[in-house]
Design a protein around this ligand. Structure first.
Ligand code: CA
Ligand code: CA
Length: 311
């Protein structure tokens, strides 16, 4: 939890004073004592065990993209699709180049490129010793509240970093204290830490300052795949964000593939109800383990991103 909070601090609060940092911790821990948010001290249901989880099989890229699908018994229509045949500037922009996290890492535009039908985010050490990676964010032309988000991706193993697919409302930057998560949130569809095989889903709400509240759960996928490895094979995640909350299915869409289930009324007094941008990124930081032992370069491959809206 502490490591998680430090990650948040450096991800979002790097410009604030040490005093604010202390206040942030004090408020957060007090909130936890009062049961105001979900913390690591809260018992979490066991979603999957080695015995009740079938071994997922590798997914196969569809040859066509259906406009209308049925998911969990409801009908959805495609609102966004990128197969990454080229870098489509109508859909995406590079995240601004900037320092990131607590290991001296930086985001560079040059670390994100589209090649061979994939978005490829490269993680490496620059000539001057700077750990570099990157991210892209959907442009203002694309924003959506609620929906079904589908990503097909592949990750490589390396210490010192993590990969992420997340949603963010602009309101989060301004602070959104009150109204729980309904008036804005950061929705981390997944963050994957290769070093520890941690695959987590999070919700952060009420701004990034003293009122920040967070909920997260972690799943360890490696043990469920042949050879004990989540790496170097294609995966497909389905993230359902609706009025009831947030759910994540990994490598399949039946109930046995549901790895996270966050009911909105338990994770922010209701589900986030404002539009969010999508962000796909990789970054270096101590949460990812020791950068000195990293096997680099490492890559985050994304074959497609699709978003659907409920009919
Ligand atoms: Ca709020
Ligand atoms: Ca593709």
């Amino acid at each position: 939890m502490i490591r998680f909070l430090i990650k948040l601090h450096f991800a979002h609060l790097s410009g604030y004073s040490f005093a604010l940092f202390i206040v942030f911790f004090a408020v957060l821990f007090c909130s936890g004592c009062a049961g105001g948010y979900i913390s690591s001290a809260t018992p979490r249901p066991t979603r999957h065990t080695a015995t009740d989880t079938p071994i997922p099989t590798a997914t196969t890229a569809p040859t066509t993209t259906p406009k209308d699908i049925t998911f969990a018994g409801k009908k959805y229509t495609l609102t966004f699709n990128d197969d990454f045949d080229h870098f489509d500037e109508r859909k995406w922009a590079h995240c601004p180049e900037q320092e990131r996290q607590d290991a001296g890492g930086e985001w560079r535009d040059s670390c994100c490129e589209v090649t061979n039908g994939n978005l490829v985010i490269s993680c490496a050490i620059d000539k001057d010793g700077t750990p570099i990676s990157g991210g892209i964010r959907s442009t203002g032309e694309y924003e959506q509240a609620f929906g079904l988000y589908n990503i097909r991706f592949k990750v490589e193993k390396a210490d010192g970093l993590w990969y992420a697919f997340w949603l963010l409302t602009d309101k989060m930057e301004e602070g959104s204290a009150g109204n729980g998560a309904t008036d804005g949130a950061e929705l981390d569809i997944f963050e994957y830490v290769p070093h520890t095989d941690e695959f987590s889903m999070s919700v952060h709400w009420d701004g990034y300052e003293k009122d920040l509240k967070s909920a997260f759960e972690t799943y360890y996928p490696g043990e469920h795949y042949p050879g004990g490895s989540f790496f170097d094979r294609w995966h497909e995640a389905w993230y359902l964000w609706d009025e009831y909350g947030y759910r994540l299915y990994l490598d399949g869409t039946d109930d046995s593939c549901l790895v996270f289930d966050f009911p909105g009324d338990g994770y922010g007094d209701g589900t986030c109800a404002v539009p969010c941008d999508m962000i796909i990124s990789a970054e270096f930081g101590s949460w990812g383990g020791d950068i000195d032992t990293a096997q680099l370069p490492a890559h985050f491959y994304i074959d497609h991103v699709r978003v659907y809206k409920m009919n």
